[in-house]
Ligand binder design. Structure first.
Ligand SMILES: NC(=O)c1ccc[n+]([C@@H]2O[C@H](COP(=O)([O-])OP(=O)(O)OC[C@H]3O[C@@H](n4cnc5c(N)ncnc54)[C@H](O)[C@@H]3O)[C@@H](O)[C@H]2O)c1
Length: 346
């Protein structure tokens, strides 16, 4: 396959950003169609991109019958991830869908089975994997130089008031919508699925969010690593970068890292440092990463389609089941007052 002929579905706040900032000039793609139910969104993006109106559709079916299509990218509300992905897979197209993968494990498992039956690639856009810092940390950790991993402390802080957040009505903004990135990074870096998870969540006084915007949790991995996590959308402290601030502890050193600055197309806030006992913090030089965030996911998809092999850390639908399992476990634990829950494995 030369370039992937892609149809992109969803031109809302984030999906529109895919169309304007991620898909144009991507070396592995040719966008052959854009889909959104709302005409104004289609007109706005068409005008912004200078693309002809014939490439814009209200329904995915029409886009799929218009010309040759290899794959579909999906950035619609979560409840529609599974139905739209199913429609694309049934039409014989590869799929890359936004996080969280689906509204339930059952839906996600159905999609994985369907893709496998049809011999199609189904991927989840876990875009935080595709930044220089987590990729470097994964390499350092998995090499075993610092010994076995013993745990991690993770802090995520945003300030809804400073940011004038608009997205305050989403369900479970912390434990589902945001922490999904952090669950996925835990699984990528620790290279295991958790054995047990205990979570509490609350809505801080004055929070503009409809549902709990802050959470704390402990996650235990089968190899013995323990993670303590704190996250808040409504924190008056200094804001962290979106990947959060991590201290990843190994037997002989800790790795301190953060990634994903305020704009998704920047990597300048990525930082990795090593702390050995009785030594100064040591900066690790990061490898340039021209295709990062969602462009990195799409480059990995292209490699998977070209070679038939999954590149390292590739967020296939099957691999992502463990991340979705952590969302469900966290929500279940929080509604039972923090009781330990065993997440459903991938
Ligand atoms: N990975 C990240 O960092 C990140 C960041 C933000 C949002 N997201 C995810 O992106 C997805 C989209 O978020 P958003 O902020 O763009 O949402 P949004 O509500 O702003 O936009 C959704 C768009 O989908 C369109 N739509 C709805 N049903 C459709 C259908 N059946 N066919 C075609 N179009 C349809 C709507 O008209 C709307 O324009 C969500 O799943 C969200 O979780 C991911």
């Amino acid at each position: 396959m030369d370039k992937i002929r892609l149809v992109h579905v969803g031109l809302g706040a984030w999906g529109g950003n895919w169309a304007t900032h991620v898909l144009p000039q991507h070396p592995d793609l040719e966008v052959v169609g854009y889909v959104d139910l709302v005409a104004e969104k289609r007109y706005a993006i068409a005008a912004r991109l200078g693309e002809p109106p014939q490439k814009f559709f209200a329904h995915l079916d029409d886009a799929l019958t218009y010309g040759a299509v290899d794959a579909v990218s999906i950035a619609v509300p979560i409840a529609l991830h599974a139905p739209v992905a199913r429609q694309a897979l049934e039409a014989g197209k590869h799929v890359v869908v936004e996080k969280p993968f689906a509204a339930s494990m059952a839906q996600a498992r159905d999609l994985v089975a369907l893709a496998e039956r049809k011999g199609l690639v189904l991927a989840v856009s876990q875009n935080y994997r595709y930044y220089p810092a987590p990729q470097m940390v994964a390499q350092l950790g998995h090499r075993g130089t610092f010994g076995k991993i013993i745990g991690a402390k993770i802090d995520f802080r945003r300030n809804a008031f400073a940011e004038r957040s608009r997205n305050t009505q989403i369900p479970d903004p912390m434990l589902a919508d945001m922490a999904v990135h952090h669950y996925d990074l835990m699984r990528m870096l620790i290279d295991e699925d958790p054995a047990s998870l205990s979570a509490r969540s609350w809505n801080p006084a004055g929070s503009p969010y409809r549902m709990d915007a802050a959470a704390a949790m402990t996650v235990t991995f089968p190899g013995g690593a323990n993670v303590s996590y704190r996250g808040s959308w409504v924190d008056p402290g200094p804001q962290t970068a979106w990947a959060g601030e991590w201290q990843l502890d190994f037997e002989r050193a800790s790795i301190l890292w953060t990634a994903r600055g305020d704009q998704p197309w920047q990597t300048k806030r990525d930082r990795v440092q090593i702390l050995r006992p009785n030594a100064e913090l040591e900066d690790v030089a990061l490898t340039a990463f021209p295709l990062h965030d969602r462009a990195g996911v799409l480059a990995a998809l292209a490699e998977r389609l070209r070679t038939g092999l999954e590149p390292p850390y590739f967020p296939s639908g099957r691999a992502n089941l463990g991340t979705l399992g952590m969302i469900e476990a966290a929500l279940r634990s929080a509604t039972s007052g923090g009781a330990p829950v065993q997440p459903e494995a991938a």
